[in-house]
Design a protein around this ligand. Structure first.
Ligand code: ZN
Length: 296
């Protein structure tokens, strides 16, 4: 059996694993994201040690961004203009490829998770679907027509502009680029800044959650009318709050107001807007799936 390395390269932590799928993870390590030099060296050392014991066919990297995901580009695999300190213009995929001498698959964290969900999770059998993470940041990826979404660069769904009722919500948003974009209004740090306490300490009946569900549902309604996904998967810490899924689903139905004529939305929305089938493992398993794809 062929084994693959996967790197879930997050803004706060890296998770590295070796395996072939959800039921076959041979080894795993996680460590905080510090400087590029220290963090990438730790990842490389892990795989060098693994490669002495098992046969690694390829490495997949699902990275925070923005990134260059175009294999034909000279800056393929580079984390480009990130606001994260020290990480701008970091050649993550190149460093891994040069050190390990293996094929490297590389994509955004959310595209990686989407690929993992299609292979083993909640998007099996689908060719057009979206995957979002709503946590420390907001990111979206997925597939259209069976291909992970790329274009000019890659989608930046977390930075969609949303209708913002300043009277109901005078909070100006936390995005350094846009203020009140989707991420600026709805990521974990926005909840913390708006309500003066960390999102995970807000009680389930706090008005924060109804407002949060409204922003998520506005964004999803916009994505449904542009991409026509067959399913939408919502991951990330914010979605683990109770009642979020039922409230988001019913608000999406309200915003669409019966216009998109599909039983998936009109009758079966519980199976249309869903949690990741791989739970919080979607990221690292997605990286392994990217490795599998890169090995041909
Ligand atoms: Zn933004």
């Amino acid at each position: 059996m062929q084994l693959y390395g996967g790197i879930e390269a997050g803004g706060t932590k890296f998770v590295c694993a070796v395996g072939s799928g959800p039921d076959d993870i041979r080894s795993e390590i996680r460590f905080p994201t510090t400087t590029p030099q220290e963090t990438i060296s730790q990842a490389i050392a892990f795989f060098q040690q693994q490669a002495r014991q098992v046969d690694l066919a390829a490495i997949g990297i699902a990275a925070f961004g923005p990134v260059d995901p175009n294999p034909a580009s000279p800056t393929f695999g580079v984390i480009t203009s990130t606001p994260k300190a020290h990480w701008s213009n970091t050649d993550l995929a190149g460093a891994v490829r040069r050190s390990l001498g293996l094929p490297v698959g590389f994509d955004t964290d959310v595209n990686g998770a989407a690929l993992g969900e299609q292979r083993w999770g909640a998007a099996q059998g689908l060719d057009t679907f979206l995957y979002f993470t709503i946590g420390t940041g907001v990111g979206g990826g997925g597939m259209v027509g069976g291909k992970l979404m790329h274009g000019l660069v890659h989608p930046e769904m977390g930075h969609m502009r949303l209708p913002h009722d300043w009277q109901a919500d005078p909070f100006k948003g936390t995005c350094p680029f846009h203020g009140d974009c989707f991420e600026g209004l709805a990521a974990g740090p926005a909840l913390h800044a708006r309500w003066g306490q960390p999102a995970e300490t807000l009680p389930p009946d706090h008005p924060a959650w109804a407002l949060e569900a409204r922003y998520i549902a506005l964004a999803l309604a916009n994505f449904i009318v542009t991409i026509s996904p067959q399913r939408i998967i919502l991951g990330g810490g914010v979605m683990s709050s109770p009642h979020m899924f039922p409230t988001v689903r019913s608000q999406v139905q309200q915003f669409l107001n019966g216009y998109v004529q599909s039983p998936a939305i009109l009758e079966h929305i519980d199976e249309y807007i869903v949690a990741p089938g791989l739970g919080n493992r979607a990221g690292v398993l997605g990286a392994i799936a990217l490795g599998q794809a890169a090995s041909g």
